[in-house]
Design a protein around this ligand. Structure first.
Ligand code: BGC
Length: 375
């Protein structure tokens, strides 16, 4: 393993902050070479509280996230692999940036300005997470940046016109900031030179008890949403916006994930558990609390804030013990969950959903914050 190379120190001049509070660090080390010969680096962001986010340039992937438990003990709370090869060959989007269109597009096609576009049908005849080589499988250009909030990493990728079937050169920047308030803040920014569609998210699999420490069924989840978007058997939204009240999808007050996950419910059966989009309660596209998750044994709590209108809650139903991840941990059934902030699945084909079209001259700009604390 190559020695850590400090590349930048960031801080600010606020007199009210102690020396320790002011500083975060970013270091960089190589993480191997992709099969196509591209060098990949890992950046380690450490904030003033000693929390750590490791992010690699392949897929803009969060490889490690170390935050304290109720006793102050640091633990890694995201699933992942120890080496690049496993990420390239086996990863179910562990920790990665997902795009150009996160989640599914029905029949892998859409029409924009009267023109039909065909995408890769990479999931049961549907399009999933940007196609065969989505943003999770490309190498991003990285730039450590100074930020008053904490250490940050700015990632850039130019997705070429018609890459994976999407029109327009899409210029994408994703900035991760590990703030001194123990937040992982993700800012997404994109522009295009032709009309296109865009829906970016992050695919961290969380386990607040620590990665590899059992299933996530005891986590208590609150989702700030009175409605969700039901799906068909291919997990394509039907266009309906249905109240959660009286269904296993009602997480308006904190409820253990496992409580109703195997309920006798058609939507639960289609998702093999939870794999659905919730319609977040909010005015327009304001930044607001989308979800809160509490894990009783560690005392860790995670809040999710976003200005996106939707949230995919995926309960790790396809994790089945066949993947061995970091430190030899075997990832059993439902051993991680994702909370993917987004526009609703299949929006390009659902005129009643908030639009996902990006035109030249417009700026795609969204922010999501995963905030960690204990109680
Ligand atoms: C989807 C799941 C899918 C998973 C891939 C999630 O975002 O909703 O259906 O299996 O990604 O790991």
């Amino acid at each position: 393993m190559a020695a850590l190379m400090p590349v930048v120190f960031v801080g600010c001049d606020n007199d009210n902050m102690s020396e320790k509070e002011q500083k975060g660090t970013i270091t960089k080390e190589p993480f191997g070479t992709t099969k196509s010969g591209e060098a990949v680096d890992i950046y380690t962001l450490k904030n003033a509280k000693g929390s750590i986010a490791k992010i690699m340039t392949y897929g803009g992937t969060v490889v490690q996230l170390m935050v304290p438990d109720k006793n102050g003990k640091m633990g890694d709370i995201v699933l992942g692999f120890d080496n690049l090869k496993d990420y390239e060959e086996k990863s179910p989007y562990f920790g990665s940036i997902v795009g150009r269109y996160g989640n599914r597009i029905g029949n892998a096609e859409f029409t924009l300005d009267g023109k039909e576009y065909t995408l890769a049908a990479n999931n049961n005849g549907q399009h999933l997470h940007g196609g065969i080589k989505g943003f999770d499988k490309v190498v991003w250009q990285a730039e450590p940046i100074e930020s008053k909030e904490g250490p940050a990493l700015k990632l850039h990728y130019l997705s070429k016109d018609m890459e994976e079937g999407y029109p327009g050169n899409l210029d994408v920047t994703v900035t991760y900031t590990l703030t001194n308030d123990n937040e992982l803040k993700i800012d997404y920014h994109a522009t295009t030179d032709k009309p296109t569609i865009c829906n970016l998210t992050n695919h961290c699999y969380f386990n607040l008890a620590g990665q590899g420490n059992g299933n996530i069924l005891g986590h208590e989840l609150m989702i700030n949403a009175d409605y969700f978007t039901p799906v068909d058997q291919y997990l394509i939204t039907t266009g309906e916006i249905r109240p959660v009240k009286g269904t296993p999808f009602d997480f308006t007050s904190p409820t253990a994930i496992g409580k109703r996950i195997d309920a006798n419910d058609q939507q639960i059966k289609y998702g093999l558990g939870y794999d659905h989009n919730w319609v977040l309660n909010k005015n327009d596209f304001e930044m607001s609390l989308a979800a809160k998750v509490y894990e009783p044994t560690s005392g860790r709590e995670m809040e999710v804030y976003t200005n996106e209108p939707g949230l995919q809650f995926y309960s790790g139903n396809f994790l089945d013990g066949t993947l061995t991840g970091k430190n030899g941990k075997v990832y059993g059934y439902r051993s991680g969950f994702c909370l993917e902030t987004q526009h609703y699945p299949d929006s390009p084909n659902k005129p009643n959903f908030p639009p996902v079209v990006l035109r030249p001259g417009q700026v795609y700009q969204t922010t999501t914050i995963y905030k960690f604390s204990t109680k």
